[in-house]
Design a protein around this ligand. Sequence first.
Ligand code: GDP
Ligand code: MN
Length: 364
Amino acid sequence: MDEGSSPRPEPDGLLSRQGEARRVNATILSLVRNSEIDGMVQSMRDLERTWNRKFNYPWTFFNDEPFTEEFKKRTQAETRAECRYEQIPKEHWDTPSWINKDLFDESAKMLDEKKVQYAQLESYHKMCRWNSGMFYKHPALKDMRYYWRVEPKVHFFCDVDYDVFRYMADNNKTYGFVINIFDSPDTIPSLWPETMKFIAAHQEYIHENNALAWLTDADLRPDHNRNAKGYSTCHFWSNFEIADLDFWRSPAYEDYFNHLDRAGGFFYERWGDAPVHSIAVGLFEDASKVHWYAFSAPRLLYLSFHFAKPPNRFRDIGYQHIPYFNCPTSPKCRGCQPGLFTDGDEFLFKEDCRKNWFKFVGMD
Ligand code: GDP
Ligand code: MN
């Protein structure tokens, strides 16, 4: 878009120009339906205001249908950065040929009786599968290295003044997250058993500094561990995800995804991309390359205020996807209650499993 018709004044002058000059190959990425335009615009406003207006990373929108002109016009109006609108090829989105329709319907009914949300919605299963094993194969991401996944209707609360993609690249990080929660074991009864089958045949993919201890930690919710047959169900909540596409493109992940895809659990159960991504990162990647999004002020400032604690103790990207929050205590944050995990029902508090990760990495 040319500067003259820019809908917003140039923000943060120098920071913006310096930011752009050092940009890495990365994009903000959203899978979204035309009907979710209002929620998408709202998410864009938050992320542009708190972060992207300083860096102008492109937005790449994906949809299984063509985007409407209205969708394109209203989203492009929210940013000075380039917006790209991509349709997902049928062969990436459609239910694979080996899935039996009757078995799917029957399983969906059973899951529904167990109160598994969206079980009967075939599109939801397709979405989870696409987010697990397809998105990074889209030609539009061919030259991209990192992405930040953003859903409609999420909130960002804190000013983030550094280039998070550059941070990933400079610090050799693979996967960044802000929230960890337990999953419903009813959605993934055979995911861990299938994973065990896979690794029995592929020991070579297991990283020596893996996070298996985290994946199998039964302390907080032993019931979950039992019902998911050995997996704690604790996962990185993947509606927020800042990650290196090369990890998903690796032979380890590709083989793992294909194994899971053939096993059918994206349809006969309701495997989410969150546990699938989390298990893969936990097994095949060096755990030190997983980043809990972090305070990253200039070194001096950080030493004087925070007494040499490692930077990744400080979550600095304030975030909400209903019903959970990541809300840091910081003057850079506005609009959320510091430390609050959920504003939903009481029982939701016990879905929080951030503790498991902190225990695993040795933070208090
Ligand atoms: P939840 O977060 O698990 O409740 O699931 P959402 O309904 O938020 O869906 C996750 C993401 O996938 C959101 O960004 C949705 O916009 C997107 N999504 C879900 N289903 C579809 C679909 O059928 N088509 C498209 N284009 N996007 C979808
Ligand atoms: Mn969502």
